[in-house]
Design a protein around this ligand. Structure first.
Ligand code: ZN
Length: 421
């Protein structure tokens, strides 16, 4: 029984009296040796964070610890808000012996993919990702079921903003043959005309999407600026943002001109396209592949090196131009000795290689992503009123960003998921 639920005023007065003694919310006090504020890139020493009912109640030095509070001692660690991955695919996992997503998507039922999602979500949380935006490729709404299960506390996982089915021109990201034209669905929501697009967005929202994901340019025929403006308006009228998968320069230009919230990948964007994105407040979720991740994607090593180099070059240029970026990884592949979380956090290496300062990388992994997801009032900072999504690392990520690969403590919504050793 959840005592907090018993506290709701709808219950009879007698019940309230009976339960009054046990209804006091659980209070936790965290002693933080160092506390990092990613937004300002600053560190405060010897802070105390008081957590009550899943939220941060107060933060400061020398705060009195309430009687009966559970005390968590992180005085030898650096404490910071949980990380974000703005480009995740929980219910898709390609094993080392099969990187062909088309055959996997056809063979695996959504029920099985939901179970894969449960495992991936737990692994993301284990590595310190307390919030993710899941951008589709989840079969027939396995992502919505996973999000609900996490929200209801059935399984552990990050807070999810999920896309439901990806909306795309005919074929989605596959190359079909005319006798099997239906195989692209339900993985993709094929929508070419305005009527089909409107219907796809509305069905998607009805079945639990919290963001609309479109594939702009994986076929020779691509969504136009006019199509994208229509998508942004239709999604926006229901309060949803649009994430646009862009592989080409023209696709990225159309997406930036069409006013999407974010361009995904965008690895071939020219300086002009990046300028346009900046001008239109479009966030770049670069999915900046490390060379190792590119090999795991299934590319032969020399090709993987070239693929990775293109990302690094674009990452450097985007940073120089001043495009707002949010961390996103696109990990959907598995390999021995790694988890979904360890692979996701390994994309930090690309930021290091591109020479992005640690304070900017950390902001990209927290503050910027929280804003993109529309969650910055609730998550992404250790401030009064925010959800208690708190992690700890052995060293200060503002000095050594790689310490994020050794997250030693994870709390989500005030509940300890990974205790500090
Ligand atoms: Zn992706």
């Amino acid at each position: 029984m959840k005592l907090t639920k018993s506290c709701r005023p709808m219950f009879a007065f007698v019940q309230m009296l009976l339960f009054a003694s046990v209804c006091q919310a659980q209070v936790t006090a965290i002693r933080a040796g160092k506390l990092v504020d990613p937004e300002t890139g600053t560190t405060a020493l010897s802070q105390i964070i008081i957590v009550e009912s899943g939220k941060i109640k107060s933060v400061g030095p020398r705060l009195p610890i309430p009687a009966g509070a559970t005390v968590i001692d992180l005085s030898n660690s650096t404490v910071l808000p949980g990380l974000f991955d703005a480009h995740a695919h929980m219910c898709q996992t390609s094993p080392p012996d099969n990187r062909d997503l088309f055959s996997l998507d056809i063979r695996l039922p959504s029920t099985y993919r939901a179970i894969q999602g449960v495992v991936n979500a737990r692994e993301m949380l284990e590595s310190g990702f307390t919030t993710i935006r899941d951008v589709g490729n989840n079969g027939n709404y396995a992502d919505t079921s996973l999000r609900r299960a996490i929200e209801e506390g059935l399984v552990p996982g990050p807070t999810m903003i999920n896309a439901g089915r990806i909306i795309a021109p005919f074929g989605g990201q596959y190359h079909l043959q005319p006798e099997r034209r239906e195989l692209g669905q339900p993985e993709y929501f094929v929508a070419d005309t305005k009527d089909e697009i409107r219907k796809a967005i509305r069905e998607n929202i009805h079945f639990g999407a919290r963001v609309i994901k479109i594939v702009v340019d994986d076929q020779e025929y691509i969504y136009s600026v006019d199509d994208i403006k229509f998508i942004v308006a239709e999604a926006g009228s229901a309060g949803l943002k649009v994430a646009a998968h862009c592989m080409t320069e023209q696709g990225a230009r159309n997406a930036a001109a069409g006013g999407v919230a974010s361009i995904e990948h965008g690895f071939r964007m020219s300086d002009e396209a990046l300028q346009l994105a900046k001008q239109n407040n479009v966030v770049l979720v670069g999915t900046d592949f490390t060379e190792k991740a590119a090999i795991l994607l299934g590319l032969p090593p020399p090709v993987a090196k070239g693929f990775h180099d293109v990302f690094i070059d674009r990452l450097k240029r985007a940073y120089k131009i001043g495009v707002t970026m949010a961390y996103g990884t696109d990990v959907f592949f598995a390999t021995a000795g790694e988890t979904r979380g360890t692979l996701a956090v390994s994309f930090i290496d690309s930021f290091v290689e591109a020479g992005i300062p640690a304070k900017d990388t950390l902001r990209i992994m927290t503050t910027n992503a929280a804003r993109l997801l529309g969650l910055d009032k609730q998550r992404g900072a250790i401030k009064v009123g925010q959800a208690a999504d708190i992690i700890a690392t052995p060293e200060n990520p503002l000095e050594k960003i790689q310490t994020l690969k050794q997250v030693s403590f994870v709390m989500k919504n005030g509940k300890v998921f990974k205790p500090s050793k």
